[in-house]
Write a protein of this length. Structure first.
Length: 319
């Protein structure tokens, strides 16, 4: 029997705000696309780079979103007719050797406010989706190029970060340790984790350079202007909850090699503070972090790899 791990203390209840239906291109999985192509709804699908998407309307929303903020597919064909990602949102499922971990998207206002009922109440709805999940970590996880970390090593890394209060303070030593491991993987990761505190005192120059240079490079990529002086001060507690949620949902092992994902997570608090300081809105800050940096963007892979390469190349191997 597979163990299920839900984000501790997290609740959810759909408020039908339709935010998840706007602002991004909604992918349609092959099975759903095949069924929709046999209906009149096929006219509102489009093909790009070998994948199927729902067209957007002139307000940057899904073409199936009605004026009453309802999904037309759901209303006329039933919930099973919706793309897999729509049926699953705001949940993110990752299958590992330790079971299935259920994370959440903080672009959802209900997740931000922690309103509704326990995530465990939605397990039945998620079980069908979980059947097709790939197993990650059974043969180790890619760190950088050919370097791999065994699943036991990943568990040690995640526990190390989560053991810090605040979690943000554990990201720099974890990133330094993982980069050192990629340079000399014949040593166990735990040795580098033990040595990280001394190695980062005083602050590590490659980390400082990466934080300054790559933070601005990502801002430019996201179409943002350089930071301005602001009277808004971002609250720490929501950031702590957000970082812990991302780690629980296994953001570090999805999509890209581990070193790049950890470097991106290291920069995430700066993005959180940037968007809060520009808007004064917690909702806006978390939504932008989700859409543009942490979870949903599909166009950061090359930059993340180059950032990891750059940081690793500047690092001095330990003796």
């Amino acid at each position: 029997m597979t163990d299920w791990h839900f984000a501790p203390g997290q609740n959810f209840e759909c408020g039908q705000c339709a935010r998840c239906c706007r602002g991004w291109r909604i992918a349609v999985d092959p099975q759903t696309a095949q069924k929709l192509k046999a209906t009149p709804f096929r006219k509102r699908l489009e093909e790009r780079d070998g994948r199927t998407f729902a067209r957007k309307d002139d307000q940057d929303g899904c073409t199936y979103l009605t004026s009453a903020q309802k999904c037309q597919l759901h209303e006329e064909l039933g919930v099973a007719a919706k793309p897999r990602g729509c049926r699953q949102f705001p949940f993110r499922l990752t299958r590992t050797p330790d079971g299935i971990f259920v994370g959440t998207s903080f672009t959802c206002p209900s997740i931000q406010k922690n309103s509704g009922s326990s995530l465990e109440n939605f397990r039945h709805e998620l079980e069908e989706t979980a059947l097709s999940l790939p197993l990650l970590g059974a043969d180790g996880l890619p760190v950088w190029q050919e370097c791999r970390l065994p699943w036991s090593g990943y568990r040690e890394l995640e526990a190390f970060v989560l053991g810090h209060q605040p979690v943000e303070s554990g990201l720099a030593p974890a990133l330094w340790s993982l980069a050192q491991f990629s340079l000399a993987p014949h040593r166990p990761l735990g040795e580098y984790l033990v040595r990280s505190a001394a190695a980062l005192e005083p602050p590590d120059e490659p980390l400082m350079l990466m934080e300054h240079h790559w933070f601005h490079q990502f801002l430019i990529h996201c179409g943002e202007k350089p930071p301005l002086r602001s009277s808004h001060s971002a609250p720490q507690e929501p950031l702590e909850a957000y970082l812990r949620s991302l780690l629980h949902g296994k953001m570090l092992i999805n999509r890209r090699p581990l070193l790049g994902n950890l470097a991106l997570l290291y920069l995430l608090p700066r993005f959180y503070r940037f968007w809060f300081e520009q808007s004064g809105s917690l909702d806006h800050s978390l939504d932008q972090c989700e859409r543009k940096i942490a979870s949903h963007p599909n166009n950061l892979d090359d930059m993340v790899v180059r950032m990891a390469d750059d940081f690793r190349d500047q690092l001095d191997p330990v003796d």
